[in-house]
Design a protein around this ligand. Structure first.
Ligand code: NAD
Length: 261
């Protein structure tokens, strides 16, 4: 499919995991892909894309740093002329019992997951306004934006925040053909889940490596399979397409039925 030919898309946190799969989906659909993360790994991922014959470039940026975020959007505009789609996927998680949860952890999760998404939305909206062609913004929330899990109040708060800022900004730009939506992945097998599995498993006790994720999937996911980055990328691609023109301010689950609200 070539539905994004000539469109430029920025994906934050795309050196690995879900972000990489989202970037790959856009690359296959012929977009100009701008990969970004705060790790040098993103440059290796970009090279892989180029070796596969896709149009891709990379820019290292920390989503918590406003001037860095501005530089990322300026880079994409300079390289490809305009920014049409922006996917704000970069995120972090830590897991701790309430008595052990530090202010530093609280701030880290809220800074990257919520403020980082806002700073990217701010730059994306300004670029889309400038080219007067509208655009699509997709923000990464989580099942924890619907239903907070144990030992992650800071992460749940950060993802509920993503849903709120998505709704507020969607209303502000609704007449400018800029759609802003959020998505809530459930249990997706990535490096982040490898950490979740070991840390939640350690605090809850009684789980061997890999067991916690599998048991949660079997007990709580009606489809009884873990999610993949491709499952998430398919929803992002739809929301960025013209088929989603009349959808804005929504938060949509992609989780095999884990949460049905
Ligand atoms: N894996 C899951 O089950 C799951 C479920 C729900 C939501 N999510 C969300 O999906 C997104 C991607 O998760 P993942 O599983 O691929 O995680 P991951 O840890 O594999 O990848 C996260 C990416 O974000 C980047 N990143 C982190 N902090 C950053 C910063 N300050 N600036 C720029 N980039 C930064 C990392 O470099 C990495 O590329 C996150 O927002 C996460 O909260 C994941």
């Amino acid at each position: 499919m070539q539905r994004f030919e000539g469109k430029t898309v920025i994906i934050t946190g795309s050196g690995r995991g879900i972000g990489k799969e989202i970037a790959l989906r856009f690359a296959k659909e012929k977009a100009n892909v701008v990969l970004s993360s705060n790790e040098a790994l993103v440059n290796d991922t970009c090279k892989q894309f180029k070796d596969m014959g896709y149009e891709a470039s990379s820019f290292e940026a920390d989503v918590v740093d406003k001037s860095n975020v501005r530089e990322l959007f300026d880079f994409a505009e300079k390289k490809y002329g305009e920014v049409n789609i922006s996917v704000h996927n970069a995120g972090v998680i830590t897991i701790a019992k309430v008595e052990d949860l530090t202010e530093k952890e609280w701030d880290f999760n809220l800074d990257v997951n919520t403020k980082g998404v806002f700073l990217c939305c701010q730059q994306a909206i300004m670029k889309m306004r400038k080219n007067k062609k509208g655009g699509s913004i997709i923000n990464m929330a989580s099942g924890q934006a619907r239903d907070g899990f144990i030992y992650t109040p800071h992460y749940a708060a950060s993802k509920f925040g993503v849903m709120g800022l998505t709704q507020s900004l969607a209303k502000e730009v609704a007449t400018e053909s800029i759609n802003i939506n959020a998505i809530c992945p459930g249990i997706i097998d990535t490096d982040m889940w490898a950490y979740n599995d070991s840390k939640w498993g350690e605090i809850l006790g009684g789980y061997k490596k890999g067991e916690l994720m599998n048991s949660w999937v079997q007990q709580n996911v009606p489809m009884k399979r873990v999610g993949t980055g491709q499952d998430v990328a398919a929803l992002v691609s739809f929301l960025a397409s013209d088929d989603a023109n009349y959808i804005t301010g929504q938060t949509i689950n992609v989780d095999g039925g884990l949460i049905m609200s």
